[in-house]
Design a protein around this ligand. Sequence first.
Ligand SMILES: NC(=O)c1ccc[n+]([C@@H]2O[C@H](COP(=O)([O-])OP(=O)(O)OC[C@H]3O[C@@H](n4cnc5c(N)ncnc54)[C@H](O)[C@@H]3O)[C@@H](O)[C@H]2O)c1
Length: 332
Amino acid sequence: MTQTASANAERPLRVGVVGVGVMGSNHARVFAGLPGTVLIGVADPDVKQAEFVARTLGCAAVPDIAALLDLGVDAVTVAAPTHLHRDVALACIARGVHVMVEKPIASTVEEGYEIIEAARAAGVTLMVGHVERFNPAVEAIKEAIRGEDILSIAITRVGPFPPRMSNVGVVIDLAVHDIDLIRWFTDSDIIEVQPQLSSAVAEREDIALLQFRTASGVLAHINTNWLTPFKARQVTVATRGKYVMGDLLTRQVTECFGFQPDGSYSMRHLSVGHAEPLRSELLAFLRAVRGGAEPAVTGEQGVASLEIATRCLTTRPVPFTPSRPAPRVVAG
Ligand SMILES: NC(=O)c1ccc[n+]([C@@H]2O[C@H](COP(=O)([O-])OP(=O)(O)OC[C@H]3O[C@@H](n4cnc5c(N)ncnc54)[C@H](O)[C@@H]3O)[C@@H](O)[C@H]2O)c1
């Protein structure tokens, strides 16, 4: 679509998806079912995959972004591999098309800023796909800690190796979700990072234990790896008045409160919604496109999380030599 592509609330929005692998095919499925939205096409150089998705959802399949833009779209999701986010997003923005860029926003902080600047100059909406914010369990945790004095946050995000390895490790692929959550829960910036990384099997880091301090004084910890045989996603938040525990997969959220001097306390399960996080995310994106308001996850927030993740990869912990003799190795 031309520079005039706009968020006219009167007509359906014409949307597309660039890259319909694991994540992009989900974006296409959800877009196809949203009211006031027409999925025009999907673009992917893997023609068989593009045609499969297009046939299933009843839209056009094209091999590249230029062909998708020629079909006339108002908004697209960019779900191509991360190293292509910058080029694909800039091509869309240059044609006045609103962009939802999957996380992480780009390969580097500099590329992220390029996307932000281009979107601002063109006056198009840019949102970043930190979908976990739309997980109803995460929303319930955010609500439970509203107005509380947060002391610490611990997040576990572990599982087996993904079927297809990309060229990033667990910090950029997984921990970036939780870095975003820590910033969002605390409404504060991370100002100190203490990473411990290891590559047990893969070329890139596949185990990461990351510690942070926010400007507001909250201590946070992320435990992530690809070496756990099952998937687990858990969040705990300690505040002065509560201890909130959430399982992001089963969507059970429990809070302990009413701490008494004798050590007793009360406990309750919180009510958690059932909405599909990706659907909520795309609805939020399209609301921003139509209304012109700031999107739920801005480009700046996406870059901030990427910057912290990148720092985790470049910050080296300081080793020291213990003053005690090493433990004796007992033979036999
Ligand atoms: N938010 C989340 O929870 C989440 C989960 C998974 C992936 N992601 C993100 O989504 C993006 C894609 O990841 P994935 O796991 O779906 O990868 P994937 O490899 O499954 O899919 C990527 C697709 O992009 C296609 N592609 C390659 N070059 C292209 C080009 N020039 N133009 C258009 N398409 C192109 C590939 O053929 C492939 O089909 C990454 O940025 C990743 O970080 C986000």
